[in-house]
Design a protein around this ligand. Structure first.
Ligand SMILES: *[C@@H]1O[C@H](CO)[C@@H](O)[C@H](O)[C@H]1NC(C)=O
Ligand SMILES: *[C@@H]1O[C@H](CO)[C@@H](O)[C@H](O)[C@H]1NC(C)=O
Ligand SMILES: *[C@@H]1O[C@H](CO)[C@@H](O)[C@H](O)[C@H]1NC(C)=O
Ligand SMILES: *[C@@H]1O[C@H](CO)[C@@H](O)[C@H](O)[C@H]1NC(C)=O
Ligand SMILES: *[C@@H]1O[C@H](CO)[C@@H](O)[C@H](O)[C@H]1NC(C)=O
Ligand SMILES: *[C@@H]1O[C@H](CO)[C@@H](O)[C@H](O)[C@H]1NC(C)=O
Ligand SMILES: *[C@@H]1O[C@H](CO)[C@@H](O)[C@H](O)[C@H]1NC(C)=O
Length: 476
């Protein structure tokens, strides 16, 4: 937390700041306090934002944290170095008129160290000069990484006239990684730290009806969506289920079928430590097309030429990505497309082939499939071999009306399966939508339930990005 050194100085002068050697000053939060506090992180242990639990599976953070693309939540401990198992973020819901974002966790979190906070209703009455605290892991110098132990600093409430959407406090300064944390007054979280601007906090009271509705009502379909990359953390669980999998007939991809072995030779599996995370399509010997939300910090291992991810197929070619080029206007929602440069050129064989980019916009008359090694049951069940499912393209108008408040832009294309609960699912992210033999889309996001036609599957529309793809390929 930038600026806490001012308070540190005060603590030292008054003899209260015994822990004043910490880089961020302020006070270390005891383990017994603020047990609702969580750290939002990427899949590699990098702290991105603060947040706080308001139920066993819902937390509040700042909408601006969406851009930082958090994937997992660490909870129950204030020490970022304690190695504990995180929980994945399943859904997000942004308020349309305030900086508040709700995240839903994939499972309920409980334990002695976890205690969701209640949120105030509209009756909350803050007095001018009331002392409140703000908590976070931000360092004194925002260029540095987070501090190890959660810290809190005291601020006093000011008036910001005529604007109930914000709560104002005495001047301090917070780092970007403090964003999303709580402003706590009388043991209640009343505000949310906004990005880069610590003197105003988003006023939770103004959204209390909306928040309570989201906590109590499991359907978030009016404003939320789910991505389908598997997160590295969750894979051990998924792999366990492998043993249970019988490979019986029934549903695949969800609701799909086994692709004939090696019939989709452009398919790439993007892996982290031998574990499948996302799909992709080979568009040049040394370039794979995938989704921007599949971006990870390190390199991917890119596996080509296989049908089964577990069998040791002789046709397999393995590369690593040496550069990832997400679309520069990817914003956590639109322009969800990325190119990965490989460390060498694939040898084109019967089982490793390029896919062409579909010329022109894909339309409802086109015959399309989507392909992937993702979840086949919407229940963390991975398939043994590559799956595919027929996809019917929807008109933009139909898609927009079904998605309601979630913006479906012209550079997105929507599709549904022929039956209910057919479509892509976890682990299919980044894979191609193939229409008449050419790639026309990249798996981007869907609704809460995989294959639910009420929230059609959304793909990034290739034809909107052909010039960008061509430029990147020509320049690299
Ligand atoms: C109150 O603040 C919000 C967010 O900063 C802003 O969008 C809104 O226009 C402001 N309203 C008034 C009346 O100033
Ligand atoms: C926060 O919003 C509530 C509900 O709209 C309002 O009653 C309260 O005065 C606001 N708080 C501040 C400090 O503006
Ligand atoms: C806000 O963030 C921007 C970009 O991260 C930075 O350039 C600017 O200095 C920050 N402002 C404050 C007041 O911290
Ligand atoms: C912080 O927000 C307040 C109120 O919205 C605004 O007046 C001020 O300029 C902002 N400061 C920074 C550094 O963005
Ligand atoms: C590319 O990376 C893969 C996987 O790390 C490695 O096995 C292979 O030797 C590398 N190829 C080249 C040409 O460096
Ligand atoms: C997952 O879902 C599929 C399809 O609904 C079902 O056949 C399978 O038994 C489920 N597996 C588990 C482990 O729940
Ligand atoms: C999928 O589409 C192809 C081509 O349109 C068609 O021949 C096939 O019967 C369809 N399969 C299913 C299971 O609907």
């Amino acid at each position: 937390m930038q600026g806490l050194h001012k308070l540190l100085l005060l603590y030292v002068l008054t003899g209260l700041g015994q822990n004043g050697h910490g880089i961020s000053g302020g006070e270390i939060v005891p383990k017994s306090k603020m047990q609702y506090m969580v750290s939002l992180q990427d899949g590699h242990g990098k702290h991105l934002c603060g947040g706080f639990l308001v139920s066993e599976n819902v937390l509040i953070t700042s909408a601006s944290c969406d851009k930082r693309d958090p994937k997992v939540v660490y909870y129950g401990y204030h020490n970022l170095e304690e190695k504990i198992k995180p929980v994945n973020i399943e859904k997000k819901c942004k308020s349309s008129d305030s900086d508040i974002m709700l995240l839903k966790l994939r499972k309920n979190v409980k334990g002695d160290n976890v205690k969701p906070t209640e949120i105030p209703n509209s009756e909350i009455d803050l007095k001018v000069n009331q002392q409140c605290v703000v908590a976070g892991w931000g360092p004194e110098d925002c260029e540095e990484g987070p501090v190890k132990e959660l810290r809190m600093v005291t601020v006093s409430v000011f008036n910001c006239p005529h604007n109930a959407t914000n709560i104002c406090t005495s001047e301090t300064g917070f780092c970007e990684i403090d964003t999303g944390g709580p402003l706590v007054c009388d043991e209640k979280a009343v505000g949310v730290v906004k990005k880069n601007n610590s003197t105003t906090f988003a006023n939770i009271s103004t959204k209390h009806v909306w928040i309570k509705d989201k906590i109590n009502n499991p359907s978030w379909k009016d404003c939320c969506y789910t991505w389908h990359h598997l997160k590295a953390m969750e894979m051990s669980f998924v792999l366990l289920l492998f043993a249970v999998l019988t490979g019986a007939d029934g549903t695949h991809i969800v609701g799909g079928r086994d692709a004939p072995p090696h019939s989709r030779p452009y398919m790439a599996s993007l892996q982290i430590q031998n574990q499948h995370n996302c799909g992709g399509a080979l568009v040049r010997e040394d370039f794979v097309l995938t989704a921007a939300h599949c971006q990870i910090r390190g390199p991917y291992t890119v596996v080509l030429g296989v049908d089964s991810l577990s069998a040791d197929e002789p046709t397999k070619q393995v590369f690593s990505s040496i550069r990832s080029i997400p679309h520069p206007r990817y914003n956590g929602h639109a322009n969800d497309i990325m190119l990965l440069k490989l460390n060498g050129s694939a040898q084109l064989t019967e089982t490793v082939q390029l896919v062409s980019l579909k010329a022109g916009r894909v339309r409802p008359v086109n015959s399309c499939i989507t392909v992937g090694w993702g979840d086949i049951g919407d229940n963390n069940t991975l398939p043994l071999t590559l799956q595919e499912v027929n996809v019917t393209i929807l008109s933009q108008q139909t898609c927009r009306s079904r998605w309601g408040m979630v913006p479906i832009t012209g550079s997105m294309v929507c599709g549904v399966g022929a039956g209910v609960f057919q479509g892509f699912c976890s682990g299919d992210s980044g894979g191609p939508l193939v229409c008449d033999g050419a790639t026309a889309g990249v798996v981007s996001f869907s609704g809460r339930r995989c294959g639910d036609p009420r929230t059609p599957d959304v793909y990034t529309r290739i034809s909107s990005f052909t010039p960008w793809i061509t430029t990147v390929l020509n320049n690299n």
